[in-house]
Design a binder for this molecule. Sequence first.
Ligand code: MRU
Length: 359
Amino acid sequence: MKIHGKPWRTIWPEGEGAVGVIDQTKLPHRFETATLGTLDDTARAIRAMVVRGAPLIGATAAYGIALAMREDASDAALDKAHDLLLATRPTAVNLRWALKRMCDRLRNRPRAERAALAWAEAAAIADEDVATCKSIGEHGLKILREAAAEENGEPLNVLTHCNAGWLACVDWGTALAPIYMAHDAGIGLHVWVDETRPRNQGASLTAYELGAHGVKHTIIADNAGGHYMQAGQVDLCIVGTDRVAANGDVANKIGTYLKALAAKDNGVPFYVALPSSTIDWTLANGRDIPIEERSADELLKMTGRTPSGELATVEIAAPGSGAANPGFDVTPARLVTGFITERGVCAATEAGLRSLFPL
Ligand code: MRU
């Protein structure tokens, strides 16, 4: 996607010994890139959310393995890199998926070949993510086109939560890919952007992306979605996901469940867009999805830009109060209208998923 007319991906090779990434902790105030030259750099970038979003976490981890192999291509180094990266963020299963794919590719190959093989495999994971997200966009576009046709010329109002756009992937995005394609196809639409407390990925990243692409949007408080649904001002919801269990239960950014409940109560279709690398076939249902507990500071403090242009962090809570901060919640499959995947749209059930991704 483009920023100021220049096409960007969220991660790219810089020569053969480093990768470049967009530093998402600085957006929307500053567009800065960072260079990751070692395994530890990649692990730190994932942990600190310099890069975030399930598919991008996977692609970054793949490059982390590739960077590790340049320094030491032994089995021990491969295992160590795998374990270090796997521990960075627990909920997004794309991380485990990408690490397994890298290890499967490298494990029985001669050491002398591993660095080059790993680099090529990481690049393939990144390229495939772009193609996958593009397909998700094309399948989702059909849904948006049909929904827009019922609006009698009025814009289609779509609500999204957190950031499942191109910044969360390598390009295009999952939930936002259909929106970009609908916009490019001339379909009139407007996006309600949940601010997505506590880290505000909606206000700071989704709104930034949509604005850069010229898509009409409005940031709303997380608590406002139900109100707009009751008022008939939300025609459809699309969110991304960090892990889908075999029965279709969906883990996504905290607050997604409440939106799905409100959508159900108001008859608003609630779609989840995902690449197949987000399906965890090992979990029968969402109960066992590990939920990341993040720092209380994310709730107790806020960072923003001062009038003089500096970034500043301020405390927003009564001194001495603690905070609990689960990063994700699980939306039961029964609240999901359908999954939009790279192979098409299916019911949010095991049979639905298997119809597109057979054993
Ligand atoms: O904690 P984050 O910012 O990595 O969480 C991101 C989300 O919850 C996204 O909705 C998710 O990764 C969807 S995949 C594009």
